[in-house]
Design a protein around this ligand. Structure first.
Ligand code: SF4
Ligand code: SF4
Ligand code: SF4
Length: 214
């Protein structure tokens, strides 16, 4: 068996030469993800099967350096998308609206002459930070949006996004738990999404399994 059961697809913003849209994904984080995938064992059910996992049985992790999602994180088994949290200095904000004008997602409004970010709409791309001429808008450290269980094929589905953004260490831990779930739970004919959304199965229960958020 030569075909790895685990696939990493990173957008070109993750590594040099990079992409002008890319947020600064820490090099050690990308290396950590690569290392996890390279060390992950063959799922137990395949170890004695005598064939490599087929394409749809393989676990695909998509790592993207911005919300544009060029490596298709929404239809990956696990999608990790870099994002920044915004900090607004209300004292320094002049209410000029330049940040709101460049936001592709309509996530900033002027309230009483000060920029206010709608955290539900904001995808953490950071475009607005560059547009602010006063320094009132700052980006926090890079974190990751996490999407689980997406897939294409006969029954396509977008991955379910966790509400919270994960710092790099937590994102690595989540990836590790996904790989553990693959190792113990993947069987021929199943996809990772079948482990994440067991309600797809007649005997399954709704909701995310407990291992996603220990
Ligand atoms: S996802 Fe963003 S950073 Fe990555 S290649 Fe696409 S535009 Fe560039
Ligand atoms: S980080 Fe991106 S999505 Fe969020 S408010 Fe700024 S421009 Fe809009
Ligand atoms: S661009 Fe800066 S100064 Fe202007 S409204 Fe936005 S945060 Fe305030």
């Amino acid at each position: 068996m030569t075909s790895s059961p685990y696939i990493l697809e990173s957008c070109r913003g993750v590594k040099p030469p990079g992409c002008p849209r890319a947020l600064a994904v820490p090099g050690e984080f990308a290396a950590g993800i690569e290392g996890l995938l390279s060390r992950a064992p063959l799922p137990e059910a395949f170890a004695t099967l005598g064939r490599a996992p087929r394409h749809h049985e393989r676990f695909r992790l998509s790592l993207c350096a911005c919300a544009n999602g060029c490596a298709r994180p929404h239809v990956a088994d696990l999608g990790l998308v870099a994002a920044v949290d915004l900090v607004v200095d209300g004292e320094a904000c002049t209410g000029c609206g330049a940040c709101a004008a460049v936001c592709p997602d309509g996530a900033i409004a002027m309230v009483d002459g000060v920029a206010v970010v709608d955290r539900e709409r904001c995808l953490g791309c950071g475009h607005c930070v560059a547009a602010c001429g006063t320094g009132a808008l700052a980006a926090g450290p890079v974190a990751f949006r996490a999407l689980l269980g997406g897939r294409l094929g006969r029954r396509p589905r977008l991955g379910l996004e966790l509400r919270e953004r994960l710092d790099p260490a937590s994102a690595l831990e989540l990836a590790g738990r996904c790989l553990e779930a693959c190792a113990s739970g993947l069987r021929p004919g199943l996809r990772f999404g079948d482990l994440v959304f067991p309600s797809d199965r007649p005997t399954g229960l709704p909701g995310l399994p407990a291992w996603v958020r220990p």
